[in-house]
Ligand binder design. Structure first.
Ligand code: DQA
Length: 146
């Protein structure tokens, strides 16, 4: 693994102030800094994006193989539960992809308990707050060692 695309989906730009009882007070840039520390130690480059727009996520995933990304770390946020387009993009890109969530989506409302993305992902990690991202990145790095 050399280059990993990190995708933060809708409303994650608001982390730190958004529903802090569920998502905590850590901001998105704090999360990116946590990831950066792991990346530096492992000699991998991370490229980050956050968007509230489904099509931009589809474009980023679709373009990832051409841009020579080796893997994708994604929190699709609300699109997890709705987006056939993102699911199809993940399947088409055919790169190791780890889905992460701050909250334990299986302990929440019923509509959050289905992920359209998980079945086409390498794996899913949820429920560990910001640490879910670190675990997700470590999971991707562990694939390279296999
Ligand atoms: C989330 C869970 C989703 O259900 C929700 O829509 C989000 C955040 C999480 O990280 O826990 O926006 O992906």
């Amino acid at each position: 693994m050399k280059k990993i695309l990190v995708i933060h989906g809708p409303n994650l730009d608001l982390l730190g102030t958004r529903e802090t009882d569920i998502y905590g007070k850590t901001s998105l840039s704090d999360i990116n800094n946590m990831l950066e520390k792991v990346a530096r130690k492992s000699n991998v480059t991370l490229e980050y994006m956050q968007t509230n727009h489904e099509g931009q996520i589809v474009d980023a995933i679709g373009g990832a193989p051409k841009k020579e990304f080796d893997a994708i770390l994604i929190n699709p946020a609300a699109y997890t539960h709705t987006s056939v387009a993102i699911r199809d993009a993940v399947a088409a890109a055919d790169l190791p992809t780890v889905e992460v969530h701050l909250s334990n989506v299986y302990a929440r409302e019923e509509f959050r308990q289905t992920s359209l993305i998980a079945p086409v992902s390498t794996g899913q990690i949820c429920g560990f707050g910001p640490h879910s991202y670190v675990l997700g990145l470590q999971a991707i790095l562990s694939l390279a060692k296999k």
